[in-house]
Design a protein. Structure first.
Length: 405
């Protein structure tokens, strides 16, 4: 009776505040609609009373965990499911709970970082091949015109980066977090650069090495299984794409200081990374950070762009160009989520268990929503050593767009 009364009260509150086109179906057949007039687009099937505590405090973390653990099943179009999830969280979250969120700092040792990276990236190469582009670029694509297919948009992203940092034949380029090798292969083939790519993922290291060999570029590209803190030497150009999210907010000055030390005096670097839109806590809202840290990216921490730029300066680097690609990542994630849905049965076979399948399904679609609604963003920041003469820099950004694909 206690849970039944609490549930009825909660449904009425949601209906009054949000009037959502969703239906709740309990294990005993009872039905409760969250909308007064609209036909339900989404149906939440509650398997047992053990799911009710998750529903009565419907943060994204609680709702996501209830789905991942199989305590609830959800029928409906995936984009509608995500919209309803966010709406449920918004309908009950309070200002006090938002303010209560504290900054979390993790211990980013070399061992813990390697473990976290391998947890996410070593699912299997075949799994990622199902829904990524043919070059397996696992980061925000660049839609120059907005109508490009994914393969084209990912190549344009790589060329956009390499053009921005003004790579020249014969230069040495370091790619921190090289993934499956797409950027270094493109840099060597099209721009005549000698490259080093580093990753902590065993699967990425093996496949990237195979791809370099297949392309006949072993004399110009070296793939290493190596922590960025252990990289020796100096490079003319440095790229870091989708990696600094794993560094930790308090470690960002040291991370950028390492990039500073790895750059030659007139070198140029690019940091391409996801940021939080919450300047106070550095977290994504409504419990999204908790879910992602628990199930998707262990120990991941998103800085606000302001903190990223401050940390860059503390590390001895000057930011000379900043570009937001938030809309581009929302579109990229929409495409990834759609491709994942097209290969649902194959994806289910390639992950460890049903729980991990559910994690990936809700993660991709949920992130698309988060970028579309500015809960998180992403920036490309070109930087160089602070205090250098500005005479060698282009006077405008025209050079970035003159050599489009």
């Amino acid at each position: 009776m206690f849970w039944e009364k609490k549930l009825t009260q909660w449904v009425e509150e949601v209906r009054d505040r949000a009037n959502l086109p969703a239906r709740l179906v309990l294990w005993d057949g009872q039905q409760h609609d969250f909308g007064r007039f609209a036909a339900p687009q989404v149906t939440l099937h509650v398997k047992s009373a053990t799911a009710l505590p998750y529903l009565l405090e419907p943060s994204l973390d609680n709702l996501g965990e209830a789905y991942v653990k199989g305590k609830i099943d959800i029928d409906g179009k995936l984009s509608d499911i995500i919209n309803i999830g966010y709406s449920l969280a918004k309908s009950t979250v309070t200002s006090a709970s938002k303010l209560a969120r504290l900054r979390r700092y993790f211990n980013h040792s070399k061992a813990s970082d390697k473990k976290a990276i391998q947890y996410h990236y070593d699912v299997s190469n075949e799994f990622y091949q199902l829904w990524l582009d043919k070059n397996m670029v696992y980061s925000c694509a660049y839609f120059e015109n907005g109508d490009e297919d994914l393969d084209t948009a990912q190549l344009k992203k790589i060329d956009h980066i390499l053009t921005k940092i003004q790579v020249r034949p014969g230069q040495r380029l370091l790619d921190i977090g090289c993934g499956w090798g797409a950027l270094v292969i493109r840099a060597a083939q099209k721009f005549g650069v000698t490259c080093v790519g580093v990753t902590l993922s065993e699967n990425q290291f093996r496949l990237a090495t195979e791809r370099v060999k297949a392309a006949g570029l072993e004399d110009r590209i070296e793939i290493r299984l190596q922590d960025y803190r252990d990289i020796p030497g100096q490079f003319d150009r440095i790229t870091s794409v989708g990696m600094f999210e794993h560094v930790g907010r308090k470690n960002l000055p040291e991370y950028f200081a390492k990039i500073h030390d790895l750059l030659v005096d007139d070198g140029i670097a690019m940091n391409h990374g996801i940021t939080s839109s919450d300047a106070d806590s550095g977290e994504t809202s409504l419990g999204g950070s908790e879910f992602i840290d628990k199930y998707v990216f262990p120990d991941g921490e998103l800085p606000h762009i302001g903190l990223a730029l401050e940390s860059m300066q503390r590390g001895g680097l000057e930011a000379v160009d900043v570009e937001s690609l938030r809309r581009h990542y929302a579109h990229t994630l929409d495409i990834w989520a759609d491709r994942f849905e097209e290969h649902v049965e194959e994806a289910r076979k390639l992950v460890v268990d049903d729980e991990h399948f559910r994690i990936w399904r809700v993660y991709l679609a949920g992130c698309a929503y988060a970028f579309e609604n500015d809960d998180v963003s992403i920036y490309q920041v070109i930087c160089r050593k602070a205090g250098r003469s500005a005479k060698t820099l282009p006077w405008s950004r025209r050079y970035i767009y003159e050599k489009a694909l």
